[in-house]
Design a binder for this molecule. Structure first.
Ligand code: KG4
Ligand code: ZN
Length: 371
């Protein structure tokens, strides 16, 4: 069975072809990072317009990479939510049109389930129950998956996502966008104990995350140390040849040791909390394995710290390769396969569900139906 995955929930246009359980025949992602860099973040209207321009060529490339024709595809899986409404609508409309014209089954996939299932592409035999930490620019949550395809929310962020915190800290230091990979790189040469940053705990005993206190501390400490860069307003016009760069990003301006120490201290504060909460959740839920996925799962310190923590507790660990951690359509095809094999089918009234909660009450309202 060959499944076509389509993902357009945020700023990446992605199409993949999955054969069977875990053979990725094509995994094409067109990133819009350079486009949004000029604004220091994602501009929804630009994102949907570019999805519209990119989706057909990306499909053509995916089919060419897979050595497949459209007629060889047995089913289509598309991200229906959560995400940006305009972006989601491009993928959902495109997938519906394809499914209808080809006479093939269609299923709507929750983007967060995709991130969880990304881990099973490379580790298909991961033991259940699994605890999945999904950590990206838009999400920071822990889900319990007691068995294949079943999810319960265990913890979530009450304010910013961890990736958002990375992006905002980097922006404040004038390091450029997206901030995560830049901070990751600079932190390798910094002192993680140089700046004392808080590790927030909920007073009600919940395992939820909060990064707003850290954000305030970052601003205060950066200003006190003279590291805060007040940026000029983003340029209104997109110039593909000259995206605006932060001052420390210019080749001539190697960040100072103080910036590297700041980056290392910040990164350690975020990673400590992510690992701590996941391990605290693992015990009462009798987890046998841990999944870490989403863009921030590319972070080298998080990967290493999770490996150490899981090894100490005899927990199996699966962190997908970076290309499966960031947004991609292979993970959507992998999650979609589960649903298609169970006979679930979306009708042509499938629509974008920007607030679709994984494992939450809204899941019942997806127009993915059993036939
Ligand atoms: O999953 P993703 O590609 O998009 C969504 O947000 O859904 O995640 C992007 C986020 C950005 O905030 C980026 O800064 C962060 O992932 N990120 C990282 C690293 N690579 C990407 N954060 C920390 N360390 C990294 N190496
Ligand atoms: Zn994502």
């Amino acid at each position: 069975m060959k499944i076509l995955g389509v993902e357009t929930s945020c700023d990446d246009t992605a199409v993949a072809v999955l054969e069977g359980r875990d053979r990725i025949l094509a995994n094409v992602v067109s990133s819009q990072t350079a486009l949004h860099r000029a604004y220091g973040g994602i501009v929804p209207e630009l994102a949907s317009r570019h999805h519209l321009e990119n989706i057909q060529p990306i499909l053509d490339k995916a089919l060419a990479d897979a050595g497949s024709r459209l007629e060889d595809i047995d089913g289509i899986a598309v991200t229906a939510g959560p995400g940006l409404i305009g972006s989601l609508l491009v993928g959902v409309s495109f997938a519906k049109a394809l499914a209808w014209s080809m006479g093939r089954p269609l299923v709507g996939v929750n983007h967060l389930e995709g991130h969880v299932r990304a881990a099973y592409i490379e580790s298909p035999d991961l033991p259940y129950p699994t605890l999945a930490l999904i950590v990206s620019g838009g999400h920071t949550s822990i889900y319990l998956s007691p068995e294949e395809g079943v999810y319960t929310l265990v913890a979530r962020t009450r304010d910013d996502a961890a990736g958002e915190a990375f992006d905002k800290a980097a922006r404040l230091l004038g390091l450029g966008y997206p901030g995560g990979p830049i901070i990751d790189r600079l932190a390798k040469e910094g002192d993680p104990a140089a700046v004392p940053f808080p590790r927030a705990k909920m007073s009600d005993g919940s395992l939820d995350f909060s990064f707003s206190g850290l954000k305030t501390a970052v601003l205060r400490q950066a200003r006190a140390a003279g590291l805060a860069v007040e940026r000029r307003a983003p340029s209104p016009a997109y110039d593909p040849h000259g995206p605006e760069k932060g001052p420390h990003e210019e080749a001539a301006m190697e960040p100072t040791q103080a910036v590297k120490d700041f980056a290392a201290s910040f990164q350690t504060a975020v990673v400590d909390v992510l690992v701590d909460r996941t391990m605290l959740a693992a015990e009462p839920h009798r987890a046998r394995s841990i999944v870490v996925s989403g863009g921030v799962a590319c972070n080298s310190l998080l990967r290493a710290a999770m490996r150490t923590a899981c090894a100490a507790r005899d927990l199996a660990l699966a962190i997908p390769a970076p290309k499966f951690c960031t947004d991609n359509a292979a993970m959507i095809a992998a999650a979609g396969r589960l649903h298609l094999e169970r006979g679930e089918r979306a009708d042509l009234d499938l629509t974008a569900q920007p607030g679709w909660k994984l494992g939450g009450p809204e899941a019942a309202r997806t127009s993915t139906r059993h036939k």
